[in-house]
Design a protein around this ligand. Structure first.
Ligand SMILES: NC(=O)c1ccc[n+]([C@@H]2O[C@H](COP(=O)([O-])OP(=O)(O)OC[C@H]3O[C@@H](n4cnc5c(N)ncnc54)[C@H](OP(=O)(O)O)[C@@H]3O)[C@@H](O)[C@H]2O)c1
Length: 290
């Protein structure tokens, strides 16, 4: 598995990242197998958020680290903060909203450390752009967490380009990524400047739902007419298509099946021809490039 710095100042991640969003649908034993299979395949980076599984997925993952503490130094942990919604686990929120106050960012990062049973997050992301985001407060929260060694690097998710640039201006450290939805079913970021802006900042995107949440690879698709030529599965072709982009996209896969993690890891072996890449784009968008 290829490993690359997502930004020149770090962190270094496995090129494919395993996402834990859907892991509340499987047993703790399966979670352990998903972690172990990822590591066996060289996928060392795990994507979390405070809210996944109604605030329970980090804790289930952390229990594996209690059982096998040596695994922590073999992996990089990403988590997110800033979304609140009504939940028995979070009394006080009566409406879904965003909170990027210094107090909440700090509390949420420290709580993620507790749930994940670790002393540090390799990367913390602001999950969604918050219309009430005060960049001074975010800068204070990030600086304090970094100075305390609790969070090593920072980034954002689902930010527009002006939101990314504005926040970056107020921070003493680089935003190392914008985690956005990119796949053959969501190609906007390739054309609207999202990836260009990240390249300008020497940062790379993390692509969430790289299989369109599964819909992309469901059923027979002309889009995957190249599967035989490359001796590849639909999911491998979908990931290889993202991996070919020169900005070094890091796809964040979401399967709950260990076998499918191994399948995804092999997508790095596929080197798509330029014209096949464009043919897949054409099938996906329904139109020829201008
Ligand atoms: N930042 C954000 O706002 C945001 C939003 C959404 C997600 N994320 C992150 O992105 C990660 C991935 O999102 P996602 O789960 O939507 O990603 P995905 O990889 O596009 O979709 C995974 C889904 O596809 C299904 N699937 C069907 N065929 C598959 C195949 N051949 N191989 C693999 N999966 C197949 C999986 O089912 P099985 O489980 O049965 O394999 C699973 O339900 C999440 O875990 C989370 O970490 C971030």
């Amino acid at each position: 598995m290829q490993r690359l710095p997502i930004h020149p100042q770090g962190p270094t991640f496995s090129r494919i990242v395993t996402g834990a969003w859907r892991w509340n649908t499987v047993s703790p034993d399966t979670v352990e197998r998903l972690i172990q299979t990822s590591l066996d395949e060289g996928i060392s980076t795990f994507d979390h958020a405070d809210i996944y599984g109604d605030h329970s997925n980090e804790e289930v993952f952390g229990k594996v680290l209690i059982k096998k503490p040596a695994l922590r130094d073999k992996m990089e942990l990403v988590s997110k903060c800033g979304i609140k919604f009504p939940s028995a686990k979070r009394p006080g929120a009566w409406i879904k909203h965003y909170d990027t106050s210094k107090e909440h960012i700090t509390w949420s990062a420290e709580n993620s450390l507790k749930m994940l049973c670790t002393d540090r997050l390799d990367l913390l992301l602001i999950h969604r752009p918050d219309p009430l985001l005060n960049p001074h407060e975010v800068a204070e929260a990030f600086s304090q967490l970094k100075q305390q060694g609790k969070v090593l690097h920072f980034g954002v998710s689902n930010f527009t380009q002006p939101q990314f640039s504005l926040l970056q201006k107020f921070l003493p450290m680089p935003l190392v990524t914008n985690q956005v939805e990119i796949s053959l079913s969501r190609t906007e970021s390739l054309f609207n400047g999202d990836l260009d802006l990240l390249m300008e900042h020497n940062a790379s995107a993390m692509a969430w739902s790289p299989l369109g949440g599964g819909k992309l690879v469901a059923g027979e698709r002309e889009l995957f007419g190249k599967a035989t030529k490359y001796n590849a599965t639909y999911s491998q072709l979908s990931l290889a298509w993202l991996l070919k982009h020169p900005s070094n996209i890091f796809p964040v896969i979401g399967t709950t099946k260990p076998d499918r993690i191994s399948e995804a890891a092999k997508s790095l072996d596929i080197k798509l021809d330029r014209q096949d890449w464009f043919e897949m784009l054409q099938w996906a968008t329904g139109k020829e490039v201008a």
